[in-house]
Design a protein around this ligand. Sequence first.
Ligand SMILES: [Zn+2]
Length: 459
Amino acid sequence: MAADLRIVIENCAIATVDANDTEYASGYVVLAGNRIESLGAGTAPEGLENVVRRIDASGHLVTPGLVNTHHHFYQWITRGLATDHNLFDWLVALYPVWARIDESMVRAAAQGSLAVMARGGVTTAMDHHYVFPRGSGDLSGAIIGAARDMGVRFTLARGSMDRSEKDGGLPPDFAVETLDGALAATEETVRQHHDSSFDAMTQVAVAPCSPFSVSTELLRDGAQLARRLGVRLHTHGSETVEEEKFCHELFGMGPTDYFESTGWLGEDVWMAHCVHMNDSDIAAFARTRTGVAHCPSSNARLAAGIARVPDLLAAGVPVGLGVDGTASNESGELHTELRNALLINRLGPHREAALNARQALRLGTYGGAQVLGRAAETGSLEPGKLADLVLWKLDTVAHASIADPVTALVFGAAAPVTASFVDGRQIVEDGRLLTADEDAIARSTRDEAQRLARIAAQG
Ligand SMILES: [Zn+2]
């Protein structure tokens, strides 16, 4: 939408998720171009010019768009496999399948992953992609193209693995890159695709896969590469007791100390999971402003444990929410993770005081923008920020009798999305994508999943 054109949204409840958690029981939001121009209680100011559309959002809650901070899109075509495994057994079962992916499979899987998230209110997505089999084509280009076509804001975390079975790692030898090859390809991806501007739709982060699938050199050199290029760093950390044991056996220290020794704590870093952390690990994250992607469903699916989210938040650690790859969270939806984060954390030691509805919504919006390094641009509804927002329909039988709209959104069933805007452009209407054909994506993902299964079965 051109910068001088306006869309007015009125008569809705609004949860801004700003620093004061400002909410309006009935208010308005004015979008101008790709920015939020104004918002507040009551009706929109009179005399606005160039209003191209007025939306009566009665019965709706408007929130910032959801921000996903950890995912592996390619796993969309390996869902429902190894369903009763812990992380390491699950990885060993799936690596031989994943090692057979190609560009066409990855494109379809990215479309499937993005479609389900976008339809459910995600406006900023990310993909941590770390499997680059030799001769598999331009996987990064296929993923970035799928996100661009879907119209969501996007960070590609360009992953890598160089510690295979022969070096004591878990991936088979043919599924990994060399140290130099991974670093060169990552740098090339940043140079080709990273946009550092305020309203960037595509960013790239440097993202070696995990301590148990990459060499110490790749972690250390990857951190230096990211800082030289001015981009962020992402990896998996402290996910399971098995990983903790692996780090103690190989490196003589736990994961957080190992990350610190390789340059991997800092405000430009975010890590997925962070389940098994002691008080001094949490203090180190807080001191360095290292971010966390909390993935409650995946942690439950793989029996990894419950991350100490209340303690992380109390210490001042930035925390966002992650779907994680859909081989460990077949749903692939983020709006349901608001509820799952709240419920799972209440099973931990803080019980009913662990998280409330507002905190859960903040994890899924502003917290996510923080860990992706985009909190100045998106993640809350404030004048001057990007027009990334969602209209949740809360006046149907599923939600209408719940006392409060934010409670309805978090505690209730997954709420339907009447409209979702990214960069001022509407990408969802009445629960359907405007930017892609969901039925065509369903067919192509099924076909590519079957093709991958056939190729993997041939060995
Ligand atoms: Zn993951």
